[in-house]
Design a protein around this ligand. Structure first.
Ligand code: COA
Length: 260
């Protein structure tokens, strides 16, 4: 598929999605949202694809936020619609049954930080900077930032970052568990592929159930994460992959998973 604001490449079962507006530091405009929504659907529907990595074009930014140039003309209703649409697309990423990892290669500000946080986990390069600087514009985040940053780094630090608009560097982001790994810029994708290689060697149904159950631990909409874990545990017992995994362990060999 072709996307006017994204580059995509499928390599060893991983779809590498690069947000490609480097002259605007990959800011999220309406077209990026449309393309992101379509690419997530494609990733989840194509059986050749087992995972995705999200990154930004150029060596400066992952995504420097929502495209501020689209803000000036919005009235309240349109602003709420934009926020709702952004949240819907980011929920789609968060609830993807295939793993989606953010490889943050520079600025991840505002909507960029929110996009990275919607991914299942994050790694970043040493030049990464994270923040929710919307207050500088007289605004608050609209794509889930107040919620996800608070859950990931805790209330006090989230309050501070949202109120000051200050940026976190890579070291601080690691300290506050916003990212799992920090690498040199040229090593970022290699580190992502190393982790993905490990994930690809596991049973895909089990991976999708893990995503579902862990996401349920974070929602407060009446979902009972423990019940979802019980269901997912039961679902795995209906797969051939579980029989294969258990047999392989007993026979002291590597399992060969088929995704069913
Ligand atoms: N929306 C629209 N355009 C953006 C953008 C955004 N969020 N972030 C950067 N750009 C554009 C700049 O306008 C500039 O375009 P131009 O060359 O046509 O003037 C280009 O990207 C390069 O950005 P610039 O500001 O010149 O780079 P810098 O290295 O001096 O500063 C940042 C980098 C990230 C600190 C700065 O661009 C910035 O503060 N961006 C906005 C961050 C933000 O508030 N995000 C939340 C939005 S809700």
């Amino acid at each position: 598929m072709n996307y006017s604001t994204l580059l995509t490449e499928v390599k060893n079962g991983t779809c590498i999605v690069t947000i490609n507006r480097p002259d605007k530091l990959n800011a999220l405009n309406k077209q990026v949202f449309t393309d992101l929504e379509n690419v997530i659907d494609y990733i989840n529907s194509d059986s050749e694809i087992k995972s995705a990595v999200l990154t930004g074009a150029g060596d400066k930014a992952f995504v420097a936020g929502a495209d501020i140039s689209e803000f000036a003309s919005l009235n309240r209703k349109e602003a709420e619609e934009l926020s709702r649409r952004g949240q819907m697309i980011f929920f789609k990423i968060e609830n993807s049954s295939k793993p989606i990892i953010a490889a943050v290669n520079g600025f991840a500000l505002g909507g960029g930080c929110e996009l990275a946080m919607a991914c299942h986990f994050r790694l970043c390069s040493t030049n990464a900077k994270f923040g929710q600087p919307e207050v500088n514009l007289g605004l608050i985040p609209g794509y889930g930032g107040t919620q996800r940053l608070t859950k990931l780094i805790g209330k006090g630090k989230s309050m501070e970052l949202h109120m000051t608009g200050n940026f976190m560097n890579a070291e601080e982001a690691y300290h506050y568990h916003l990212v799992n790994y920090v690498t040199e810029p040229e090593e970022l994708l290699n580190k992502a592929f190393e982790l993905i290689k490990s994930i690809h060697s596991k049973a895909p149904v089990a991976i999708s159930k893990v995503i579902h159950a862990i996401n349920a631990a974070e929602t407060e909409n009446g979902n009972n994460g423990f019940e979802i874990e019980i269901n997912g545990f039961g679902d795995c017992f209906e797969t051939e992959d579980l029989k294969e995994g258990a047999s392989a362990f007993m026979e002291k060999r590597k399992p060969v998973f088929k995704g069913k």
